[in-house]
Design a protein around this ligand. Sequence first.
Ligand code: PLP
Length: 444
Amino acid sequence: MPAKTAPAKTAPAKLDYPRIVVPPPGPRARKIIALDKEWSSPSYIKEYPLVPASGRGAMLEDVDGNRYLDWMAGIAVNATGYNHPKIAAAIHEAADKFLHICGTDFYYESLALLCQRLARLAPGRDKHRVFLTNSGTEAVEGAVKLARAHTKRPHLIAFEGAFHGRTYAAMSLTCSKVKYRAGFGPLLPEVSHLPYDNPYRGGDPLAAARALFASRVSPREVAAVFMEPIQGEGGYIMPRPEFVQAWRRICDEFGILLVFDEIQSGVGRTGKMWACEHFEVEPDILLTAKGLGSGLPIGAIVAKEKVMTWGQGTHGSTFGGNPVCCAAALATLELVENELCANAARIGERLLAGLRRLQDKHSSIGDVRGVGLMIGVEFVKGRQDRVPDPELVGKLEQLAFRKGLLLLGCGQGVIRVAPPLVLDARGADAGLAILDECLSELGA
Ligand code: PLP
């Protein structure tokens, strides 16, 4: 696309939203939804009838002129908002040069620069190397191959509640909802799922690991442990640091690779570049995607150089690290490092405090947890027995949508608060007010 078709959007976002001018879905939205329903795969979920036409910062406008305040960022993707001028400019500049050459087979500067930047951003002092992918699940697939090829061991460990993607190896590690796996077997063999740490629900999550190693799987046959340092799809669960640190020790003791899937939690979302920095634990392999390209499809396997030992031609990708996506990722990292990490930390504290005030007022809120702009609000039928209330979350999502606030559930009865990292104090307060209003209306 030529640069002249991309007007620079430099005006600061005004809080002229949420603004519902026609109850959604309006007439234009209904037409598009009908077309989609007729032709698209029935496997798509479609949380609510949102049909965007344009966006700016943390605001989305739909095809009927309704404006929404976004607290979900297209599932934690739009790190820099919907149309950041610096991202748009980087994309236009790259698109004006060339669209594709295949980074697996040839060289270009943006791919090399992005690999360098991600390698340098990896936690710890080791030299890292980077393989670029098109998506999160492709990064997970590659990491499974790399871990097995490097260690020459077959077994993989992942956690209950984990979400790592929908392709075969990633799906075999995924364990958040049975519908992601049911009917698709046989899945990858040699995968064990162990309990994740859930401070709200308690228990000894390491007991099952001890039992596994004592009776079923030798730790010396385990290639890798795949862990989300903060669980995403499984319920925005932040484990205790000791849990993450214990797994680092176990991996060190038995020569197992520790893989952090930071596909949802990374790129500044938690107020630090990587969520694992909150626990002071370094992985051997770090996976990123989602927010990395601000919406363009790009992910990465970032591995210690001593681990990324696969040979030439053993792994590749036609589109992975496409030059336009690399440009978007480089511009995203620049913004995240320079301003958005700090903003996520600051606005995250404001949101956490506001959500805890709502917890004092509404007995349906059992738990508020998280860090930065990765916050889980868990709804329960009663605070005493903590039975999750997914029906309430369903109703809340729909009602908030009709009032102009975009929310998204996860886990069992949890709202994930994952707005674009550009959210400001006004956007935080406006969303809290709508949430409060919704919960009062629902008698929750
Ligand atoms: N890993 C985590 C932690 C995720 O949250 C997701 C997507 O939600 C994935 C992997 C898969 O990413 P993708 O949908 O880009 O394949």
